[in-house]
Design a protein around this ligand. Structure first.
Ligand SMILES: NC(=O)c1ccc[n+]([C@@H]2O[C@H](COP(=O)([O-])OP(=O)(O)OC[C@H]3O[C@@H](n4cnc5c(N)ncnc54)[C@H](O)[C@@H]3O)[C@@H](O)[C@H]2O)c1
Length: 250
């Protein structure tokens, strides 16, 4: 197992699903983990799961679209652990998205998806990078394979995940001189609680399109996340790794 000993990580959207999986995996690899989300109840469960297994974590209610909130998360993390080495921008509007033709999406929903999924990555990264300038760091943005497949029925979501790929590339170029790498993971359809409400028969959704014909579980993302968070990926930046069992190639 790749080791993240003595590293400090922030994971956003850590109240459940993939964010909880990343937070637990990083803690198991030795990192101290600040768990951030708007859902405090879920967050606290994540932090307890980590601390009960002997890891170090705290939960802090954070809205990634709000500068005061993201700054507070950074201040608390630095005051508690003295540094930030890893940021996982995982928070997003995904659960509850209603799939419909783009001409039926209302403006308020469009703006909310962009606010959290696009501005949230910028806002959170903007708050964190000053604490990485001297020591270097690792930023991992969570995109989606839907950007590569052009998945129909959720143009706002697909556009927002395309923005995550674009921001990953530009941020990588802007942060290279500070020894900060920026990469993205683009998961394929993965069986989290949020996914169950998005399509019918989620357990079998898209399986036949994969080179590896089985459903994706949250745990399938762990290896790539640990790699991108660790020194093993120090010369890799600006990249998006699609983790979908070979449903599509980019
Ligand atoms: N599950 C999949 O099939 C899949 C596939 C591709 C990409 N993704 C991406 O993976 C990530 C996690 O997905 P998931 O399946 O665990 O879904 P999820 O809905 O459980 O996770 C998203 C989390 O973000 C939090 N969040 C929403 N708005 C926030 C805000 N303003 N500030 C802070 N936190 C906020 C939610 O409370 C939630 O806990 C998302 O970025 C999603 O787009 C998921």
């Amino acid at each position: 197992m790749t080791q993240l000993k003595n590293k400090v990580a922030i994971v956003t959207g850590a109240a459940g699903g993939l964010g909880r999986t990343f937070a637990i995996a990083f803690a198991e690899a030795g990192a101290k983990v600040a768990c951030a989300d708007v859902n405090l109840e879920g967050l606290e469960e994540t932090a307890v799961l980590i601390t009960q297994s002997g890891g170090q974590a705290f939960a802090i209610k954070t809205d990634v679209t709000n500068m005061a909130s993201t700054n507070q998360l950074v201040e608390q993390t630095v005051s508690q652990w003295g540094q930030i080495d890893i940021l996982v921008n995982n928070a997003a509007i995904y659960a509850g998205i209603e799939r419909k033709p783009f001409w039926e999406i209302d403006e308020k929903t469009w703006e909310r998806v962009m606010d959290v999924n696009v501005k949230g990555i910028w806002q959170m990264s903007k708050s964190v990078v000053p604490s990485m300038f001297e020591r270097g760091g690792k930023i991992i943005n969570i995109g989606s394979a839907t950007f590569y497949s052009g998945s129909p029925g959720w143009l706002h979501y697909v556009a927002s995940k395309g923005a995550a790929v674009g921001m990953t590339r530009s941020m990588a170029r802007e942060l290279g001189d500070f020894n900060i790498t920026v990469n993205a993971i683009a998961p394929g359809f993965t069986l989290t609680e949020a996914s169950l409400g998005i399509v019918e028969d989620a357990a079998n959704y898209g399986i036949n399109r994969g080179a590896i014909k089985r459903a994706s579980q949250s745990g399938d993302m762990i290896g790539t996340a640990l790699y991108l968070a660790s020194s093993a990926s120090d010369f890799v930046t600006g990249q998006t790794i699609v983790v979908d069992g070979g449903r599509q190639f980019n």
